[in-house]
Design a protein around this ligand. Sequence first.
Ligand code: FMN
Length: 303
Amino acid sequence: MEGVIDPLMRDILCSINDYDLCVTEFIRVVDSLVPKHVYYRICPELRDDGSTGKDTPLRIQLLGQEPHWMAENAVRAIELGSHGIDVNFGCPAKAVNKSKGGAVLLKDPEKIYQILSTIKTSINDTSVLSAKIRLGFDDTSLFNELISAINTSGASELAIHARTKLDGYNPPAYWEYINNAVSQSTIKIIANGEIWNRETALECVKKANTPHLMLGRGALSLPNIANTIKYNAAPMSWLELQKLLLLYSTLELNGDKSYYFSSRLKQWLKYLKLQYPQAEQLFQNVKRLNNKDQIISMIKSIN
Ligand SMILES: Cc1cc2nc3c(=O)[nH]c(=O)nc-3n(C[C@H](O)[C@H](O)[C@H](O)COP(=O)(O)O)c2cc1C
């Protein structure tokens, strides 16, 4: 997730959960081969073995509209060690949509087919190609066409965020549309949207008719959510979360982006307060603080 699941956050979340896969923030592809140093900045784990946490494979996410350059960049990402390629057709950002990338492509299933099939013929056969879509742009009228285009493109996995671009992030997520996609597909369908805990995950599995789930904001608001779903683990207590926040603070402050520590922490607290009332209290107490020592003693002080 752009701007939130950075290398440190994914390392932490994948260390405390048994995730099958993690996707990077996106690399924007316009009309050139993106330099290697950008790949390493977005995904420093490529210098190691392209995995994070407890050996969770990482997949580079590309966002763009030009089939040739998307394919060239996909080849580069695989050569650098990405575990497959994920293509984003769901991003609602105005700047990205204006230059014909992200969700705006949901209006053009043929273009999505061209992008994916050009990538697939360029990368080696063993590399997984996945796509991420919403149900449509303004409405769902092209949904079946999109599913058919992606099924025949050579992509082998499709994650569906069960809302249109127009729906934004407003509840509900229309999981029953994913069920329609499952019944029309030969490829792996992954359900996404409004999964906040084990209960909503089980409901989604039932309505979407797929066992494969992708987590979004829920991964940040309940840090061990994947293990609550996969292994019926107890949701992390506030005490455990407090320890995690202190670990995160130490690692963030020791990292090369320590300058951003207070804003990054406040950003995470905005998600955590959806599940933990103590996080709301902590957020209120730190929202005007910038001094790291004061922030850390505040984290320790909330029970
Ligand atoms: C801050 C933020 C950043 C996101 N970045 C990406 C992204 O880079 N690529 C992508 O495919 N989806 C991105 N998404 C969408 C999520 O992956 C997910 O599809 C969406 O939030 C719905 O799932 P949820 O209701 O569980 O959060 C982002 C969402 C948010 C809130």
